[in-house]
Design a protein around this ligand. Structure first.
Ligand code: SF4
Length: 406
């Protein structure tokens, strides 16, 4: 199976922290954006060189809010990418943006979008989250539903024909009907791709504190699941393929970058706290912004080395590989085939395997078989002679089912 390679670039700045957010991001106004960009350019250059300037199929600039960077900063980053990696012809190149962060006036915004097009971006992912101004305000989002509509119009005017919109549901106080009304408004914008996530209350966030103080009531699980299945139904009827637990796309518009994560392909992560998976090794960059800037303040002399500061560094065993392949593969609508799972296993195994993939799979997961078959009887999992996949009901307890293979 031909595996692809992606590049993920993390921009850890936001205009303001949302009330539910536990992502790695800092205040854009007071953070050292220039120093960070310079360090990031150095990391891209260094990693590209260390890896022998590999070919890459996708680039994804995420955050945080990448659109808060100046045009010249983003240009420096993309210039470093093109110099350090061989970006394949037709690569998918995505930038994340939040509504109302591309510029206050239409002219400024159009100039930024135009610059993104020149830099090679051909996909834009926008964090819409809701289309009701009260809910947006409650979540601490900066934008309004009107901003989303205006931004989308300008994004289309600049020729972006591959746009993802993120929608959140189970926002405290929200009903299934509220979520569906947001979805209807999002569908009215006709995006090629929609990601839908239920809001999680995380410790250490304003919502987490409110929940602890009894000032916030989470949406009950039953309503959360009802909303999810209704969203799946509406999107299916609107012609979107439900290709991953939280992701829906018009035919031909699945996210190629995110698909790399679910099929055990290599991806190189650069930037603060970014994760990567290359040559069977999982790593995570440090999350301390000052230490990061210091580590990549300058490039070494020719032939010299930088000790890349990592928070995690793990060489996968063949069992890690097959276990992760099943865990991530089950997120996809097509599930995981025995062949693909074994392919992941063999990448770290010593010597060839002459066993039939199905037999080898169940030998490796012998202990999971009885419970897996019980999930099949309950209509939550499908097992056939190609592999296994979750049913739509099985998605409700996906973590439980996936954990059988860990
Ligand atoms: S815009 Fe996204 S990354 Fe930034 S604070 Fe809000 S949720 Fe977090």
């Amino acid at each position: 199976m031909i595996k692809k390679t992606g590049l993920y670039i993390h921009i850890p700045f936001c205009v303001r922290k949302c009330n539910y957010c536990a992502f790695l991001s800092f205040d854009a106004e007071t953070s050292p954006r220039k120093e960070y960009t310079d360090a990031l350019v150095n990391e891209i250059t260094y990693r590209g060189e260390q890896l022998g300037h590999p070919e890459i199929d996708t680039v994804y600039v995420g955050g945080g809010t990448p659109s808060v960077l100046d045009i010249s900063q983003m240009r420096d980053i993309m210039h470093a990418v093109c110099k350090s990696f061989r970006v394949k012809e037709g690569a998918e190149i995505t930038i994340e943006a939040n509504p109302a962060t591309l510029g206050r006036k239409d002219g400024v915004m159009l100039a930024k979008l135009q610059a993104y097009r020149f830099m090679g971006f051909n996909r834009l992912s926008m964090g819409v989250q809701a289309m009701d101004n009260d809910r947006l305000h409650y979540m601490g989002r900066l934008h309004t539903a009107e901003n989303v509509v205006r931004d989308m119009e300008l994004i289309r005017r600049k020729g972006f024909d591959n746009v993802n919109l993120d929608l959140m549901f189970s926002i405290p106080g929200e009903t299934t009907e509220d979520a569906l009304s947001d979805l209807e408004r999002i569908l009215g914008l006709d995006p090629e791709h929609i990601s839908c996530y239920s809001l999680q209350i995380e410790e250490g966030t304003p919502f987490g504190d409110m929940a602890e103080a009894g000032e916030l009531t989470e949406v009950p699980d039953e309503e959360d699941r009802r909303t999810y299945h209704e969203i799946c139904r509406v999107l299916r009827e609107a012609g979107y393929e439900h290709y991953e637990i939280s992701n829906f796309a018009k035919p031909g518009f699945r996210s190629r970058h995110n698909s790399l994560y679910w099929d055990m392909s290599d991806y190189i992560g650069v930037g603060l706290g970014a994760s990567g998976f290359t040559d069977g090794r999982r790593y995570k960059n440090i999350s301390d912004i000052e230490a990061y800037i210091e580590a990549f303040a300058k490039l070494p002399e020719e032939g010299g080395r930088i000790e890349i500061p990592l928070e995690e560094d793990h060489l996968n065993s063949s069992f890690d590989n097959i276990s992760e392949a099943v865990f991530t593969g089950l997120r996809r609508s097509e599930g995981i085939s025995y062949e693909e799972a074994l392919d992941a296993y063999m990448r770290c195994a010593e010597g060839p395997m002459h066993e039939d993939p199905q037999a080898a799979f169940w030998r490796i997961f012998a202990e999971a078989k009885e419970e897996a078959e019980d999930y099949v009887r309950r209509g939550l999992l499908i097992i056939d002679d190609k592999g296994l996949k979750l049913t739509e009901q099985g998605i409700d307890i996906s973590n439980q089912i996936m954990s059988l293979f860990v």
